[in-house]
Design a protein around this ligand. Structure first.
Ligand SMILES: Cc1cc2nc3c(=O)[nH]c(=O)nc-3n(C[C@H](O)[C@H](O)[C@H](O)COP(=O)(O)O)c2cc1C
Length: 190
């Protein structure tokens, strides 16, 4: 996409006429991490895709979510799978994000992963991996919303996360370490 397309809308102007390019630009202002969702189809094959819609939802019970697009080749698998994994990428893993964002099968071939107890793939070297059981799958426009209960997780350590912002990969100017304790995080009990 062109540079021009991702120019933010004029500052201060409240827009009521919404279209897809404007929404993409606006949504792209929200910087996110990047995760790989993994699941197993009924025939046993593995599916996987890059998402930036992964989010934490609840601590008690432990819930996370992500949004699969209805246009995905394996949408039915993501929307109906009993188990799925989410592996949060480190900045060194951008090529995996690119790989898992391409259409096609066999995305897990030649990728280093381990299989969790529920049969879903957990990426090696990811900053954190979550193994989840789907609790609910909601319809939401051109996407679905899959909510999952975290059954197990593996934290790799203090890796620097890959960031997605305005349709580009970037890195944090200053990555937080576990020993940083910003006031906001303390106030929220995080
Ligand atoms: C940074 C990034 C974030 C993405 N986030 C999502 C997402 O949240 N949901 C989604 O359905 N697709 C998302 N995609 C696109 C999918 O990864 C892509 O459409 C999918 O892997 C295509 O393969 P498939 O249709 O063969 O499964 C994202 C792509 C990138 C590069």
């Amino acid at each position: 996409m062109s540079e021009r397309e991702f120019m933010p809308p004029p500052v201060g102007e409240l827009r009521h006429r919404l279209d897809a390019p404007l929404l993409r630009r606006a949504f792209g202002q929200f910087a996110t991490g990047v995760a790989i969702i993994g699941a197993r189809a009924a025939d046993g094959s593995l599916v996987g895709m890059t998402v930036n819609s992964f989010a934490s939802v609840s601590i008690d019970p432990p819930l996370v979510m992500y949004c699969p697009a209805k246009g995905l080749s394996a949408y039915a698998v993501y929307a109906g799978a009993r188990y799925f994994s989410a592996s949060v990428l480190a900045v060194e893993q951008q090529s995996l994000s690119e790989r898992f964002a391409r259409k096609g099968e066999q995305k897990w071939a030649d990728v280093a992963y381990t299989i969790g107890k529920t049969g879903v793939p957990l990426l090696d070297e990811a900053i954190v991996c979550f193994e989840c059981e789907a609790e609910a799958s909601h319809d939401a426009g051109d996407h679905g919303i899959v909510v999952g209960r975290v059954l197990a997780l593996r934290v790799a350590g203090a890796g620097e996360p890959l960031i997605f912002h305005r349709s580009r990969y970037c890195r944090l100017a200053q990555a937080a370490t576990d020993t940083d304790a910003p006031a906001a995080a303390l106030a929220w009990g995080l």
